[in-house]
Design a protein around this ligand. Structure first.
Ligand code: NI
Length: 231
């Protein structure tokens, strides 16, 4: 190992360690270490830049339509990880999402921590949500974003779902501040970025559209998250 590689490995290890101590979120170590690796990869990449907007916890009958209007106006496709209990009564909105070319994924029926449940309960949460989306769109989701990023390999044996996590997280639900969300995402944007937002807040929807306008000007192309999973 040469000196540069040793330094990179050291920085990576320090980031993971500091992550465990500073940030108590489950996903932290995983996300930040991959963020670091992708940053290094992106430095050598002067080709086209692809990035994905993903929205969790929807649909929301007030803000999701505004988001869909804004995305349609800009010709941008996004990815939505839906909660079954939020789909109830919003079936037309889900159909619209699908018809407008967005990718629809599973975010469980009741937003549970899948790894804290029995395999049977976890599978029921996933399967019910898949079934509900299938009844509306005619297509069963094959992608899942497990709430809190919590997933177990055991679940993969039972339900063949592809897990999509994220690597750019502006904590939009926490700040609910459009300018702060935009700033975080634009600063951390890179080729292969998967941005995590929630279409349950007006600030997030407004930020998402501003992010599209800003990053499009910077040469990014917005794609659905499945298009970035080539590794
Ligand atoms: Ni969620």
């Amino acid at each position: 190992m040469n000196k540069v590689k040793r330094i990179i490995v050291f920085i990576g290890i320090m980031m993971i360690i500091s992550c465990f101590f500073i940030d108590h979120q489950l996903k932290c170590a995983l996300v930040d270490s991959s963020e670091n690796a992708r940053d290094l990869k992106a430095e050598n990449n002067s080709g086209p830049k692809y990035i994905a907007l993903t929205f969790d916890d929807g649909p929301n009958n007030t803000y999701t339509p505004l988001l869909l209007d804004g995305l349609a106006k800009r010709g941008v496709k996004a990815t939505f990880f839906l909660i079954e209990t939020n789909i109830e009564g919003n079936e037309a909105l889900v159909k619209r999402m699908f018809d407008e070319g967005h990718l629809i994924g599973n975010h469980t029926a009741t937003h549970i921590l899948l790894t804290s449940k029995t395999e049977e309960e976890a599978c029921r949460e996933i399967e019910e949500t898949n079934q509900k989306i299938y009844e509306i769109t005619g297509t069963k989701p094959t992608y899942i974003r497990p709430p809190f990023g919590s997933w177990s390999e055991k679940l993969e044996c039972i339900i063949p779902m592809n897990v999509i996590l994220w690597n750019i997280d502006p904590l939009d639900w926490k700040t609910q501040n459009q300018a702060a969300i935009v700033k975080h995402v634009v600063t951390h944007a890179r080729n292969g970025g998967i941005i995590l937002l929630h279409d349950s807040y007006k600030t997030s929807v407004d930020a998402a559209l501003e992010i599209v306008d800003t990053l499009t000007r910077e040469g990014y192309t917005f794609v659905t998250a499945d298009e970035l999973l080539v590794d």
